[in-house]
Design a protein. Structure first.
Length: 217
């Protein structure tokens, strides 16, 4: 579960989606785009893999949808509050990301619980308060369990599922997933490895620069 390459291989086997970046058209100063793509003759353009529509509820009982992240880039991950293995490490590392960008309204964080029966809105609210984070920047969301599992596998291309043999009865990827304003995946990082999170922080800056250049062009 700690190994990003193993998780990527697993999701390839399960979903048939390509978790590898598309680099054919990548410029030196831009991040790759992950997932399958195809050419749309009607649009006369390449269509890339995108995060599907979703609707969850965050720690303040607010509905969170893709519209919540309009004009923003965000970092997604999966966790559960009673997780006895990698989640505490992941949250420590995500706090580094939060502290770096908490004053930038173009950056947000989206953490999905994979144990919605236990992780109620109230519990997530207390969890966020203990971390000392602002819900305008960092959303801890809950919702329908199957919808959360589904978006993890099909949209974010990572593992999120029940597993009786896993500690806590659940298994999830340790990946931090970087998503651009067009809901495309632009990077995947091992959230348990500080050096990988350093790369993520640098790539967020690169993606912000890219998005701002597009907005002004």
């Amino acid at each position: 579960m700690r190994n990003i390459n193993a998780i990527i291989a697993l999701c390839l086997l399960i979903s048939g989606l390509s978790c590898q970046p598309n680099t054919q058209d990548q410029q030196a100063d831009t991040l790759p785009i992950y997932g399958q793509r195809h050419y749309d003759a009607a649009l006369q353009d390449t269509v890339y893999h995108q995060v599907a529509d979703f609707s969850f509820v965050n720690q303040d009982s607010a509905t969170v949808t893709p519209t919540t992240f309009k004009g923003k880039i965000y970092i997604a991950d999966f966790f559960f509050t009673s997780c006895p293995t990698i989640c505490p490490i992941m949250k420590k590392e995500m706090l580094r990301v939060y502290e770096e960008f908490k004053d930038n309204d173009q950056v947000a964080i989206l953490s999905h619980t994979i144990d919605p029966e236990y992780d109620t809105v109230g519990l997530l609210h207390d969890y966020a308060q203990r971390l000392g984070v602002n819900s305008n920047t960092w959303h801890f969301v809950t919702g329908d369990k199957e919808a959360i599992f589904d978006i993890g596998l099909k949209s974010y291309m990572v593992t999120a599922m029940e597993d009786e043999e896993a500690p806590g009865g659940l298994i999830h990827s340790g990946a931090f997933i970087l998503v651009d304003e067009q809901r495309r995946i632009r990077g995947m990082y091992d959230g348990t490895v500080p050096e990988q999170v350093d790369v993520l922080i640098n790539d967020i800056r690169r993606l912000l620069k890219e998005e701002n250049q597009i907005a002004t062009s």
